[in-house]
Design a protein around this ligand. Sequence first.
Ligand SMILES: [Zn+2]
Ligand SMILES: [Zn+2]
Length: 406
Amino acid sequence: MFERSRSELIACPDCGLVQWLPAIAAAQVAQCVQCAKMLTRRTRGGIDVPLTLAVTALVLLIPANLAPLMSVAERGAQRQNWLSTGVATLWSAGYGFLAILVAAFTIVIPFVYLTLLVGVLGTIRFGGPAHLGKVFRWTEHLRPWMMVEVYLVGACVAYSRLQKIAFVNVGLGGWCLMAAAFALLLFTAKLDERRIWDALAPRRPLPPGTPAISCIACELPVPQARAGDSCPRCEAVLHERKPFALHRTTALVIAGFVLLIPANLLPILTIEQLGSVDPNTILGGIRELIRADLWPLAVIVFVASVIVPLMKLFGLSWMLLLTHQRSGRYLVGRTRLYRMIDLIGRWSNIDIFMLSILVALVQFGVLSQVRAGIGAIAFGAVVIVTMIASRAFDSRLMWDAARDSA
Ligand SMILES: [Zn+2]
Ligand SMILES: [Zn+2]
């Protein structure tokens, strides 16, 4: 595979296999020999490139929040929409849960995430005091909850739906949001987490033969005897496996299935037009997109809102069941599926973000008005519960169970 210079002994975070990590050159990646997890990669450009991109995204988020994203005009009436307008409209309509969800994922967490990250990367780059392992660990926890690019796709769906009924204009805020999402995308491709962790506190080789565990947050190998202490690098509590992973995942998956019923049966939004009231469920919204000839968007929303939640819930149930049976079947496939589920879960929020834009913009009195529906609360809860479920699960337990039965 790669040149095997015995540089470092690590445990794969997905399957637990202890293996030597080869030294790799720029633009190379090293994968786990057992489950194909990408263990490390060397990106070109060192720390300057991700730092510049993080600063760029942070700076662009300011006009993205202060300038209007979109405006619509219908029969002389005009409305503008800021990122915060949807939050305020949902809040005043009594949908506090959705308002908090949209504000957290699109305004608060992106700012907090990028500010902390710029602090950590800047400190490393300019050689300040580097006791920032804990802060970098927080940014890693926050990353899946920072949903600028998901919001952008939701905004595209809203834009396309609005274009069918009114004249829509993308504002300065909208363009800045697009640029910020693009900078974040590049940033994710350029960030070399292992390099950051090593810059914060280099790993020290353990004496040969020491039974070791690796920190769940930063993957630092530490002697097994230190389980229960806090990690010397990121201050997370050291565990061999995520605590109560199977129980917590089972409870959350059951909650997800229960919430899925109202999320799909109840309307997520209601369109009132010239006195007629038209409630839209998730599937109804997709039918609407097809009727408007917006096929690509219909496919995106169908995958994000229907396929992804089902795949998460059934996928995790299958993993829990086979782990319970101590089965050794499809271990590599299951581990790959788990990685995918954990990665794509956040995209289910597209519909919620689209809703937050429609309720803010379509407010033309008796002519037309969009209101949030009760199904949207259940759907928002499904997304959050399934995201927490996939985070709570520990794929290494599947491998442990199979090994125990062998
Ligand atoms: Zn592995
Ligand atoms: Zn750690």
